[in-house]
Design a protein around this ligand. Structure first.
Ligand code: PMP
Length: 419
C-alpha cells in the first residue's frame, strides 16, 4: 500500500498542478476514510458585526482609532528585522512609561494575568516567602498563583476600600523578610490607590523584591519604577494605554534579574520563562525564537506608546486627575458618595461609588447600556452589589464621556424615583 502511494504521488502531483484536485489526492492517503462533513457547527459565513459601546467600566476602555488602525497593517514575520525594530521601540517606550533605565522591559504576549503569572513564576522559587497585600481580588489572585508556584504565602488584608499603611507594611517586612512583596497600585475591585512611598528602600533592607500590579493605573497615575525602587511591574494594554487586550507591559529591575539568574531550578513555566522570552526580546544580546509574537497586537501597542510619548506622562496624569474631579463634582451633586473614604486612598482611574439604600444598582447599569450604549460596571469580589465602578481611562478620559456617565446616573436615579 505504501509503495503504491509512493508510486502514485508524482502522478497525483502533476494532476494537481493541472487543477485536478480532490478524490485523487485523497486516494493517496487511502488509509484515512473521508466521511461526510458535519455542517451543524459551521460558523456564520458573514462579515462580523460589533455594536458601538462607550466602555466606562473598569476595562477594557475603548481603544484609540490610531491604535486600532495599526492592527490592520500587513503582518511581518515575528523574527523579521523590521518587526524586531518594533519590539525594540516597544521596550524603549515602556522604559519611558515605567520611568526606568532598566534593560529588562518588554510586552508579555497575553493579558494582565499573563504578566502576573510571569512575575510570580520567575521571581518566586519553591519555598520562598511571599507577602501578598490583599486589598481586593487582585491580591487574592496573586496569593492563589503564588501558592501554585509553591511559595510560602503570608497574606495580609485590609477591609475593602482601604490601603496598607507604610507602618503596617514595615512591620510585616521586618518580621518575615520575604523574598517578594506584592502590592496592587490600582485595586480595581475596590477603587483604591496603594501608595508605594518608602517601600523600595524598606525592601532593600529586608532583601525583598517589590512587585507591583499597575494594570489599571499605568499611564493614569504617577509611577517612577527606578526612583521608587520597584523591582517588577506588570500591567495591561486595554486600560489607560488605550490598546486592545492582549499585551502585558512588563519590567524587571537588575535586582530582580539577578534573582532570576540565581535560581536553582528554572521557572515551572516554559511559556512565561523570562529568560527565554527575554532572549527573544534581545535582553541578552541575541534573538532566539521562543513563540510567535502577536504581531498585530504589538503594532497596536507600538502606536499606543507613541501616543503616550506625544502627550507626555505629566499631561496624561493631569488629564486623568481632572476628569476624576469632574466626575465626582457631578456625582456628589446627585448625593452619591465614594466607596473609598479617604481622599488619598482613592484611585482616579477606576472610581467606586456607593450604591445608596434602596437603589437597584443593576437597573441603573442596564439603563445606561440600553439608553446610552454606555458601560458602567457593578462591583467585583468583595464589592459585588455594594458599588458601581466607573473607569476613566486612556482614550476615554474626555470631558464629554464623563458628562455622559453623569447623564446616565441622573437618568437612572430619576427612573427609580431617587432624584
Ligand atoms: N490587575 C488589575 C488591577 C486588573 O484590573 C485586571 C483586569 N481587570 C487584572 C489585573 C487582570 O488583567 P487581564 O484581565 O488583562 O488579564
Amino acid at each position: 500500500m505504501r509503495n503504491a502511494q509512493k508510486l502514485l504521488a508524482p502522478v497525483l502531483e502533476t494532476l494537481g498542478a493541472r487543477g485536478y484536485v480532490a478524490p485523487a489526492r485523497w486516494a493517496a492517503r487511502a488509509a484515512e476514510e473521508v466521511g461526510t462533513v458535519d455542517n451543524s457547527h459551521r460558523a456564520p459565513a458573514s462579515v462580523i458585526e460589533v455594536p458601538s459601546r462607550l466602555l466606562m467600566g473598569p476595562g477594557p476602555a475603548n481603544a484609540h482609532p490610531r491604535i486600532l488602525a495599526a492592527q490592520t497593517l500587513p503582518l511581518l514575520g515575528h523574527m523579521h528585522p523590521p518587526f524586531l525594530k518594533i519590539m525594540d521601540e516597544l521596550s524603549e517606550g515602556l522604559r519611558y512609561t515605567f520611568q526606568t533605565k532598566s534593560k529588562y522591559t518588554l510586552m508579555v504576549s497575553g493579558t494582565g494575568h499573563a504578566g502576573m503569572e510571569a512575575a510570580i513564576a520567575n521571581l518566586v522559587e519553591p519555598g520562598d516567602k511571599v507577602v501578598v497585600g490583599n486589598a481586593g481580588i487582585w491580591g487574592e489572585r496573586v496569593a492563589i498563583l503564588s501558592r501554585r508556584y509553591q511559595a510560602d504565602v503570608v497574606e495580609i488584608k485590609v477591609p475593602a476600600g482601604q490601603t496598607f499603611s507604610y507602618d503596617a507594611l514595615k512591620q510585616t517586612l521586618l518580621e518575615h523578610k520575604p523574598a517578594v512583596l506584592f502590592l496592587c497600585q490600582g485595586e480595581s475591585s475596590t477603587g483604591t490607590h496603594q501608595s508605594l512611598a518608602g517601600l523600595g528602600d524598606l525592601c532593600r533592607q529586608t532583601g525583598t523584591l517589590l512587585l507591583v500590579d499597575t494594570v489599571c493605573s499605568l499611564g493614569g497615575v504617577p509611577l517612577f519604577a527606578d526612583q521608587w525602587g520597584v523591582d517588577c511591574i506588570y500591567s495591561g494594554s486595554q486600560k489607560c494605554l488605550s490598546g486592545p487586550p492582549g499585551a502585558s507591559p512588563f519590567f524587571m529591575s537588575d535586582r530582580a534579574m539577578e534573582k532570576l539568574q540565581r535560581r536553582k531550578t528554572p521557572p515551572a513555566t516554559y511559556n512565561l520563562d523570562m529568560n527565554l522570552i527575554g532572549d527573544y526580546w534581545g535582553w541578552f544580546g541575541k534573538r532566539s525564537y521562543h513563540h510567535t509574537a502577536p504581531v498585530s497586537t504589538f503594532y497596536a501597542m507600538r502606536e499606543a506608546l507613541s501616543l503616550v510619548s506625544e502627550e507626555g506622562l505629566e499631561a496624561m496624569w493631569a488629564r486623568h486627575q481632572e476628569l476624576h474631579h469632574r466626575l465626582w463634582d457631578g456625582l456628589r451633586s446627585m448625593g452619591l458618595k465614594p466607596f473609598v473614604e479617604k481622599d488619598e486612598d482613592r484611585l482616579i482611574t477606576v472610581n467606586t461609588i456607593k450604591v445608596p439604600e434602596g437603589v437597584d444598582w443593576a437597573a441603573l447599569v442596564k439603563n445606561a447600556m440600553d439608553t446610552y450604549s454606555l458601560e458602567i460596571a457593578g462591583g467585583l469580589g468583595p464589592t459585588v452589589g455594594k458599588i458601581w465602578r466607573v473607569g476613566i481611562m486612556g482614550f476615554n478620559a474626555k470631558p464629554q464621556n464623563v458628562d455622559l456617565v453623569l447623564d446616565a446616573f441622573r437618568d437612572g436615579l430619576k427612573r427609580q424615583g431617587k432624584l
